[in-house]
Ligand binder design. Structure first.
Ligand code: GLP
Length: 231
């Protein structure tokens, strides 16, 4: 336990994926209708692939789960290679046979959809290099709502790695800190030495809006990280 968080350190990113898939599978078995906020980004991809392997092998069923989009660039169409919605469909929704989704387009419709679900059961999150969650850039207080915002230079730089030659859109929409922090469980996935300093800070400094991930320590938080991100 570090500052209220359950910390699970694994030797490498594949072991991280297995441990994170175990955690998610356990939640789905306890409640097959689980509503999940789904991060894209590089970190959770091996976890989603491991879940897909278990679904294909008949070891796990996720078809009653509701997948809720965490964030999106503004003005990017579904068929644009940079669409985070399409990334979520490709990596999570389709391989897991999920039939119910909530798309993040308009803050009010999104909030109403989550209220209709009775809130989120699980938030699967990655850690931004500046401590952002989704696109809740610092500073983002605990009550920051679902909204459109300008991306910081750090996020533009880290997101550039996803899209090769294509420019990163400068504006985005993100599920609010209010929605993320209200999730009944939170799973934060952190991989790689480049995340070490920000992970330490998120677990030990604040909690402060200047490091949105540090606010997770007020929630039922499980962190699964690899040794590169922790030791
Ligand atoms: C991105 C996304 C987040 C993601 C985070 C970490 O900017 N907006 O949703 O979780 O940063 O990404 P990665 O896992 O690729 O390091």
């Amino acid at each position: 336990m570090v500052s209220g968080a359950e910390l699970n350190i694994q030797p490498d990113s594949q072991a991280l994926a297995t441990a994170a898939a175990d955690f998610i599978a356990e939640q789905v078995r306890a409640n097959p209708d689980l509503s999940i906020l789904v991060a894209t980004g590089n970190t959770p991809m091996p976890t989603y692939a491991e879940l897909a392997r278990r679904v294909r092998a008949g070891e796990l069923e996720m078809n009653r789960v509701v997948a809720v989009q965490l964030d999106e660039y503004l003005g990017v169409a579904e068929d644009d290679p940079r669409s985070l919605w399409s990334w979520m469909l490709r990596s999570f929704v389709e391989p897991l046979g999920i039939r119910r989704t909530v798309k993040l387009e308009d803050p009010r419709t999104f909030e109403a959809a989550i209220a209709a679900l009775g809130g989120l059961d699980l938030a699967i999150l990655g850690l931004g290099p500046n401590g952002h969650l989704g696109f809740n850039e610092p500073p983002s207080p605990a009550d920051a709502p679902t909204r459109v915002l300008e991306l910081t230079p750090e996020s533009l730089a880290s997101n550039a790695a996803y899209w090769g030659e294509l420019p990163v859109p400068r504006q985005a929409i993100t599920a609010g800190m209010d929605i993320i922090l209200a999730a009944r469980k939170t799973l934060l996935l952190v991989s790689g030495a480049h995340k070490r300093a920000v992970l330490r800070s998120a677990l030990e400094d604040g909690p402060t809006p200047d490091l949105p991930a540090s606010l997770l320590r007020r929630t039922p938080l499980t962190v699964v990280a690899d040794e590169a991100a922790w030791v």
